[in-house]
Every structure is written in C-alpha cells, then in structure tokens.
Ligand binder design. Structure first.
Ligand code: CO
Length: 134
C-alpha cells in the first residue's frame, strides 16, 4: 500500500533556529520559512537526497501542533508521511483492517497541495502517520 517516505515532520518552537542548525551545521539544503495559515503552521523544508524533513512551527491560534509542543517543549518527531497512489483506496483498506482515520476521513489538501489523510498514532506504533497521494 505505502510507497516512499515523503517526509519526516518535526515540530519546533522556533523554526528559524531549527533551520539554521540544518543549514549551517548539518549542511543541508534548507528553504525559506513559509507561513501556511490554512494549516496553522510555518514550514521550512529541508531537502535531503532521499526524502525531506519538514520543520513546523505553530502559527496563529489553535495550531494543530500547539498541544504537541506543550507536551514536548523541546520539539520532537511529529509525524511520518508515506506516499500512496490512491488515497481513498488506501483509506478504505485501512478502515477494513480496523485502523482509525482522523477527522471525517475525507482527504484534505496538504501543505504540498496534494490530498492527505492522517492516521491515529495508537494504531501505528505511537507515531502519527500522514498519507499523501502522489
Ligand atoms: Co506532513
């Protein structure tokens, strides 16, 4: 069902500080910070040869990562994103297998402009999983 690892998302309090570590110390290819008010985050994309790291900082009231940062004040691994070719077929198969899809189960447009869904961390070894249709 799943294909490539599309990205690893890390929630941080200060995205510029985190980006500087990846750029200046790790020597990675780091984008400018992009405010994504529709998603309640400011994002920096770190492009590695085989995948991406997304650094997420809360933006505005009710950011979806605000509670995570309350529990993890130093930041931390927020989710993994796997690619799928047909997101609705993947959702239906996961539900048949008893896995929980978050929200109303209808794919939303993610930070990359592609359809995404999130899966309950308790069903996936304690890790929030995002599926992205590519
Ligand atoms: Co993501």
């Amino acid at each position: 069902m799943i294909g490539r690892l599309n990205h690893v998302a890390i929630a941080v309090r200060d995205v510029d500080k985190a980006a500087a570590v990846y750029r200046d110390i790790l020597g990675a290819n780091v984008s400018a910070a992009i405010a994504q008010p529709d998603h309640g985050v400011t994002t920096v994309f770190v492009t590695l040869p085989n995948t991406k790291i997304e650094l997420l900082e809360p933006l505005g009231e009710g950011s979806p990562i605000a509670k995570f940062l309350e529990r993890n004040p130093d930041g931390g691994l927020h989710h993994l994103c796997y690619e799928v070719s047909d997101i609705c077929a993947a959702r239906d198969a996961l539900r048949m297998a008893g896995m929980r899809v978050l929200g109303d189960g209808e794919p939303k447009t993610g930070a990359h402009g592609k359809p995404v869904l999130f899966l309950h961390p308790k069903d996936f070894a304690g890790t929030l999983v995002e599926l992205e249709q590519v």
